[in-house]
Ligand binder design. Structure first.
Ligand SMILES: Nc1ncnc2c1ncn2[C@@H]1O[C@H](COP(=O)(O)OP(=O)(O)OP(=O)(O)O)[C@@H](O)[C@H]1O
Ligand SMILES: [Mg+2]
Length: 1044
C-alpha cells in the first residue's frame, strides 16, 4: 500500500509527504539512521538529493532535523500543516520543522524543562526563515495568555524590525543576518507565551561604512529612502535617491529586484507600533538612521597645515539637528583628537585620513549602539508583564538560536574570524551534547556504551580562545601593549606563540607549497568546517573599536533621547580600558554556551543547496562541504554507533503488533513483554536487537526494513478486512437508515390515506343521510332538509340529460324530468329539437330539400286522407319518370320552347266507354299535356285546371277537372298513374293547385263532355278492379291495405 498524502500548493508545486518508510526507494529514507551504508557520504548525499527532488526538504538524523533550503515557497507552513503536527508522535509523521517545534513544546509543557532550538548552517541556508516559522507555529498554535495577548504579536513583529536594522544583502544571502540572535520565549504553566527576551551578538558594524561589491548596507537605510513619506524625508534632510549617500553606494547595488524596500518599510513601520514605539520614538530612531547617512557625506579638505577641515556645512547642520549636539563641538570633534597627557587635555588636529577614520568610527558607533538600544527597547516591550507575580516562577523558557552561519569569502577579516569562531563553539557544543545524550540514553536503558570515534574541535576552539596562548589573547595583548603595535606585529606574535599548531598556518609557518597560497599579512585557520584564510588588516582597529574621546564626549552631550542612552557619561569617567571586541564576543559566547547547556537542546541543521539562490538546484560539491562541516556524518555515526533504530516499547508495539497473532489486536500485558513476543515471532536474531529498559534497540536498518515490509503486506490484508467490515457496517447502517425512512414515509402515507378515506366516508354518510332526508321531504316546499336532495335531483337530471339527448329529429325520446324541472325540461326539449332541425337543415343538399318540400306538400294533401299514401312515403319522388328519348320528338317539337318538368306514363280512361288507353302525362311550366305516342292529345293550361279529384282508397285513379266553359277542352280527364301520389303532388305544385285537390269518399263526379257527367264509384275490395258498371259508372274496387 503506497500511503502518500499529497497537497497541491497554490504555485503548483507538488508537495509530497511520504509516510513512514514505505516510499523509501523513490524519496529516500526520512531518517538518515536508516541508511544501510551509514558511513558513506555519497549515500548520505544521494538520500538528500532524492528527497530534495521530491520537495522533501526535511530529513532526520535521529532527533536532529536536517533542512535543505528550497528557495521557493512550498506551501508547507500553513495552519493545516501546523494542525497536522500537533500532538502526534515525532516519528509517525513525515519530518518537518513543525514536528520539532511540537516535540519541543510538549517536552516544555510536560517535563517543565527549558528548551533550546539551535538552528545552524551557513549563510543563506535558512536559519532565520526557520526561526520565523517556529515563532509563527508557537504564536498560532499555543493557547493565548489570560492577560497580555499582544505578546504573541510583539514576538512576531520584533522580527521585521530587527531584520531591517540587523540584516543586509550579502553575496550569499539577500537577507543575511549580520548579528547573532538568541531569543527566549517564556511560557506560563498553561503553555501560553507570556514574554520574551532577545540577546544579540556582535553586529557587523563595519558594513555601515563599507560594503563589498554586490552587497548592501543594512536594509533600514534603503527602506527609509524608498518608503519614507516626503514630509519625513524633508524633516530628516534626506533625498530619496540612495545614490546620493556615500555609505550606500560602495556595493553598487542599492536596488535589487528580490527586495521590495517600499513594502518592507510599511511592514517595519507597522511592526514598530506593535512593539510599543511612540511616534516620537520612531522619529528619534529614524533621525539617527538619517544622521548616519549624513555622516557618510561629510567631506574634509586639508588646510595649509594639512589639517582636515569640514567642507560640507549643510551636512553638519543636519547632523547637529538630528543628533541634537552642538554644531561647533561636533565640527571640532570630527577634525581633532583630544589627548590627555599628564593630566592635561590637548587638542591635536587630524589629517584627512584620520578625520575620515574618526567620521566612520562615529558612524559605526552610533549605528551599532542604536542597534543595541533597539534590542533593549524590544526586550522591554517583550518583557512579561507578570514578571513580578508568583506565577512568574513557574514559567518555562524556549530558546531559539539564530546565529550567523559559517562564512568564507574571498577576503575574510576580523568579522569572519568572530563569526567562524562562534560556529566552532556551537559545533563543539553540538558534538558534546549529542554524544552526551546518546551516552545517557544507553546508560539509562542499561545498554553497554560502545565508544565512538569522532572529531573533537575543542582543539580549534582552544587555539582561538585559550588564555595567554589563544589568538584572541594575543590580539588583545597587541592592542593593549604600548608602542607601535600593528596588524603585522600581531601576526608575528601569533606565529611566535602558537608556532606548530596543526590548525594554524601563516606564510612563515607553512611549507613551501602551501606558502604560495598565503599572503604575508594572512593567517589560515584549519577550521573544523574547512580552511579559512584571514587577512590581519584591520584586526587591531576592529578589536580596539576606538572612538576618539572628544567624539564620545560630543555624543554624551547629545540631547537626543536615544543617543543619551547609547552614550553614557559614566563611560567618560571610567578609567578602565573597555574590553576588546573579541574578548567581549568570547565572553558573550561562553555565556551563550552556558545558557544553551542549561536547556534541553533540539537541533535544526540548515543546508544551502546552491550559491545561486535558485530553486531546484542541488550543487553536490557545495552540499558535501556543508554536510562535512556541519558534522552530519559524525552525528550520524554517533547515532548509529550501536543501533540504527530505537523506539519506546509502546510505540514499537503499537506499530507492529498486527504482525503477531499474540499481540494482535491488543496485548494485555506489559508493552516490553509484548515486544519480546513480537520480535520472537518475527524471528529477530539475538545480535540484531537489544531490549533496553523502556526501548527496543535495533542494530541494522535491514532488520527494520524487513519488519516494515512485512507490515506493508499485513496492512494490505488488514486494510481489505477492515474495508470489508467497514463497508458491511456502512451499508448496513445505510440500509437501516433507508428502512427507517421508508417505514416513516409509509406510516405517514398510510395515515394520510386513512384520513382521506375516513373523510370521504364521513362525507358519503352525510350525503346519503341528506339525500334520504331530502327524499322523504321531496314533496315539501324547499327547506334546508330537502334543498340538497332537490338540487341533487336537478343537477343529476341536467347532467344525465346531457348524455341522453335525442340523437336525431325523429328520435322523440326525452328523459322524464323531476317535477320542479318540467317547464325547464320542456323548454330545453324544444330548444334541442330546434337545434337538431336547424343543424339538419343546414346539412341537407338542395335536391334533397326539394324532395322534402314535395314530400311535405304530399303529406299535407294526402296524409290520413288517402289509403295508399303511407306506401308512397318511403319511396322517393323522382324528377321525371320518362327520359326525353322516351318522348316523341314531335311532341317535343310541338311543345316548342316549353321545357318538360315532369313526365310519367299514365292510363287514360275514355269518358264514354272507360276504355283504358296508354298515355304520357307531361308537365310544363304552363300546362298538363296528355300525349298519345307522337301526338299531343290534350293540353290543359293550368289556368283551366280547376281541380283534381282522387278517391280516399288505395286506387291510383284521379280526375283532372277542366274549366267547363272552355269549349276547346274535351272535358275532365280520368287518368291512372302507378305513382299517383307523386304525380298529383307534382301537378298540384306546378299548377299551384295544392288546395284544389279533393279527396272523395265513395265516388267522384266529373264532366264527361259537353252536358254529360260521368261518375266513378269507389269501393274497397280485395283487389284492384276497374270496370264499367251496369249503371254506366266506372266502378273501381280498391284493395284494402293493412295500414287502414
Ligand atoms: N524553508 C524555506 N522555504 C522557502 N524559502 C526559504 C526557506 N528557508 C530559506 N529560504 C529562502 O532562503 C533565503 C535565505 O534564508 P535565511 O535568511 O533564513 O538564511 P540564513 O541561514 O538566516 O542566512 P544568514 O546566516 O545569512 O542570516 C530566505 O530569504 C528565503 O528566501
Ligand atoms: Mg539569518
Amino acid at each position: 500500500m503506497r500511503y502518500r498524502a499529497s497537497a497541491l500548493g497554490s504555485d503548483g508545486v507538488r508537495v509530497t509527504m511520504e509516510s513512514a518508510l514505505t516510499a523509501r526507494d523513490r524519496v529516500g529514507v526520512q531518517d538518515f539512521v536508516l541508511l544501510e551504508n551509514f558511513t558513506s557520504e555519497a549515500a548520505f548525499i544521494e538520500n538528500l538529493r532524492r528527497r530534495f527532488r521530491e520537495n522533501l526538504i526535511y530529513t532526520y538524523i535521529g532527533p536532529v532535523l536536517v533542512s535543505v533550503n528550497p528557495y521557493r515557497d512550498l506551501q508547507i507552513y500553513s495552519r493545516q500543516h501546523m494542525e497536522r503536527y500537533r500532538g502526534v508522535s515525532f516519528y509517525e509523521v513525515p519530518p518537518h520543522l513543525f514536528a520539532v517545534a511540537d516535540t519541543v513544546y510538549r517536552a516544555l509543557r510536560t517535563e517543565r524543562r527549558d528548551q533550546a532550538v539551535m538552528i545552524s548552517g551557513e549563510s543563506g541556508a535558512g536559519k532565520t526563515e526557520a526561526t520565523k516559522r517556529l515563532l509563527q507555529f508557537y504564536a498560532e498554535t499555543c493557547p493565548a495568555p489570560e492577560r497580555g495577548g499582544a505578546v504573541r504579536d510583539r514576538l512576531l513583529q520584533s522580527n521585521p524590525v530587527l531584520e531591517a536594522f540587523g540584516n543586509a544583502k550579502t553575496l550569499r544571502n539577500d537577507n543575511s543576518s549580520r548579528f547573532g540572535k538568541y531569543m527566549d520565549v517564556q511560557f506560563d504553566f498553561k503553555g501560553a507565551p507570556v514574554g520574551g527576551h532577545i540577546l544579540s551578538y556582535l553586529l557587523e558594524k563595519s558594513r555601515v561604512v563599507h560594503q563589498n561589491h554586490g552587497e548592501r548596507n543594512f536594509h533600514i537605510f534603503y527602506q527609509l529612502l524608498e518608503g519614507g513619506e516626503e514630509e519625513l524625508l524633508r524633516r530628516l534632510g534626506l533625498e530619496r535617491n540612495p545614490q546620493s549617500y556615500l555609505y550606500l553606494v560602495k556595493g553598487q547595488c542599492a536596488k535589487v529586484s528580490s527586495i521590495n524596500d517600499k513594502s518592507d518599510w510599511k511592514v517595519v513601520r507597522k511592526a514598530l507600533t506593535v512593539i510599543d514605539f511612540t511616534e516620537d520614538e520612531v522619529e528619534d530612531l529614524l533621525s539617527i538612521v538619517a544622521s548616519v547617512l549624513h555622516l557618510g557625506n561629510i567631506h574634509f579638505a586639508a588646510d595649509e597645515e594639512s589639517n582636515a577641515q569640514v567642507t560640507t556645512e549643510n551636512q553638519l547642520k543636519y547632523l547637529t539637528r538630528l543628533l541634537s549636539v552642538e554644531g561647533s563641538t561636533l565640527r571640532e570633534a570630527l577634525t581633532h583628537r583630544k589627548i590627555i597627557a599628564k593630566g592635561e587635555e590637548l587638542l591635536s588636529p587630524l589629517n584627512l585620513e584620520q578625520a575620515a577614520y574618526a567620521r566612520d568610527a562615529l558612524a559605526k558607533a552610533v549605528y551599532s549602539r542604536t542597534f543595541t538600544w533597539l534590542v533593549e527597547k524590544i526586550n522591554r516591550s517583550l518583557a512579561s508583564k507578570d514578571a513580578e507575580s508568583p506565577s512568574w516562577r513557574s514559567t518555562t523558557v524556549l530558546g531559539l538560536l539564530d546565529i550567523y552561519g559559517f562564512e568564507v569569502f574571498q577576503h575574510n577579516s576580523f568579522e569572519q574570524f568572530c563569526i567562524n569562531y562562534c560556529n566552532e563553539k556551537l559545533q563543539q557544543l553540538f558534538i558534546e551534547l549529542t554524544l552526551k545524550s546518546e551516552q545517557e540514553e544507553y546508560e539509562a536503558e542499561g545498554i553497554a556504551w560502545e565508544p565512538v570515534q569522532y572529531f573533537n574541535n575543542k582543539i580549534i576552539c582552544d587555539l582561538v580562545e585559550e588564555k595567554f596562548k589563544g589568538i584572541i589573547s594575543i590580539l588583545d595583548e597587541e592592542c593593549l601593549r604600548p608602542g607601535e603595535a600593528t596588524d603585522l606585529t600581531f601576526l608575528e606574535k601569533l606565529e611566535d606563540t602558537v608556532k606548530h599548531h596543526p590548525h594554524l598556518l601563516t606564510h612563515k609557518l607553512a611549507d613551501q607549497r602551501t606558502r604560495k597560497s598565503l599572503g604575508r599579512g594572512e593567517f589560515r585557520l584549519l577550521h573544523y568546517a574547512g580552511e579559512v584564510t584571514y587577512s590581519v588588516t584591520g584586526f587591531l582597529d576592529k578589536n580596539n573599536d576606538l572612538l576618539f574621546r572628544n567624539l564620545k564626549e560630543t555624543m554624551c552631550s547629545s540631547e537626543s533621547p536615544i543617543m543619551s542612552q547609547c552614550f553614557d557619561r559614566s563611560e567618560l569617567s571610567d578609567k578602565k580600558r573597555p574590553e576588546t571586541v573579541a574578548t567581549q564576543f568570547k565572553m558573550s559566547l561562553l555565556q551563550l554556551v552556558e545558557i544553551l547547556k542549561s536547556k534541553e537542546p533540539a537541533y535544526v541543521r540548515c543546508i544551502k543547496p546552491n550559491d545561486a539562490k535558485q530553486p531546484g538546484r542541488f550543487d553536490e560539491v557545495l552540499i558535501r562541504h556543508q554536510v562535512k562541516y556541519l558534522g552530519l556524518m559524525e552525528n550520524l555515526r554517533v547515532r548509529r554507533a550501536g543501533f540504527a533504530y530505537r523506539r519506546k516499547y509502546e510505540v514499537f508495539l503499537q506499530r507492529y503488533k498486527s504482525l503477531c497473532p499474540e499481540t494482535w489486536p491488543t496485548w494485555a500485558g506489559r508493552p516490553q513483554d509484548g515486544v519480546a513476543v513480537l520480535v520472537r515471532h518475527l524471528g529477530y536474531k539475538p545480535e540484531e536487537y537489544k531490549m533496553g529498559r523502556t526501548k527496543i534497540f535495533i542494530r541494522f536498518p535491514k532488520t527494520l526494513f524487513a519488519t516494515e515490509d512485512a507490515l506493508e503486506v499485513r496492512r494490505q490484508s488488514l486494510a481489505t478486512k477492515i474495508q470489508a467490515a467497514w463497508r458491511g457496517f456502512h451499508w448496513r447502517q445505510k440500509f437501516l437508515r433507508v428502512k427507517r425512512s421508508a417505514i416513516c414515509i409509509q406510516s405517514w402515507w398510510r395515515g394520510t390515506l386513512g384520513r382521506r378515506k375516513a373523510a370521504k366516508r364521513k362525507w358519503a354518510a352525510q350525503t346519503i343521510r341528506r339525500l334520504i332526508r331530502g327524499f322523504i321531504l321531496r314533496h315539501a316546499p324547499r327547506c334546508p332538509e330537502n334543498a340538497f336532495f332537490l338540487d341533487h335531483v336537478r343537477t343529476s337530471f341536467l347532467l344525465n340529460l346531457r348524455r341522453q339527448l335525442p340523437r336525431n329529429v325523429l328520435d322523440t325520446s326525452w328523459p322524464t324530468p323531476p317535477p320542479a324541472l318540467r317547464e325547464a325540461s320542456e323548454l330545453l326539449r324544444e330548444l334541442c329539437v330546434k337545434n337538431m332541425v336547424w343543424k339538419y337543415c343546414r346539412s341537407i343538399s338542395p335536391e334533397w330539400k326539394q324532395q322534402l318540400q314535395q314530400k311535405a306538400v304530399a303529406s299535407e294533401i294526402f296524409k290520413g286522407k288517402k289509403d295508399n299514401y303511407p306506401q308512397s312515403v318511403p319511396r322517393l319522388f323522382i324528377s321525371t319518370r320518362l327520359g326525353t328519348d322516351e318522348i316523341s320528338p314531335k311532341v317535343l317539337q310541338a311543345l316548342g320552347s316549353e321545357p318538360i318538368q315532369y313526365a310519367v306514363p299514365v292510363v287514360k280512361y275514355d269518358r264514354k266507354g272507360y276504355k283504358p288507353r296508354s298515355r304520357q302525362l307531361l308537365l310544363t311550366p304552363n300546362a298538363v299535356v296528355i300525349v298519345e305516342d307522337a301526338k299531343v292529345k290534350q293540353r290543359i293550361d293550368y289556368a283551366n285546371l280547376t281541380g283534381i279529384s282522387v278517391s280516399s282508397l288505395s286506387d291510383s285513379l284521379f280526375v283532372l277537372h277542366v274549366q267547363r266553359e272552355d269549349n276547346k277542352q274535351k272535358g275532365d280527364v280520368v287518368l291512372q298513374s302507378d305513382h299517383v301520389i307523386e304525380t298529383l303532388t307534382k301537378v298540384a305544385l306546378s299548377a299551384d293547385r295544392v288546395n284544389n285537390i279533393n279527396i272523395n269518399q265513395g265516388s267522384i263526379t266529373f264532366a264527361g263532355g259537353p252536358g254529360r257527367d260521368g261518375v266513378i264509384d269507389f269501393t274497397p275490395g280485395s283487389e284492384l278492379l276497374i270496370t264499367k258498371a251496369k249503371n254506366g259508372h266506372l266502378a273501381v274496387v280498391a284493395p284494402r291495405l293493412n295500414s287502414r
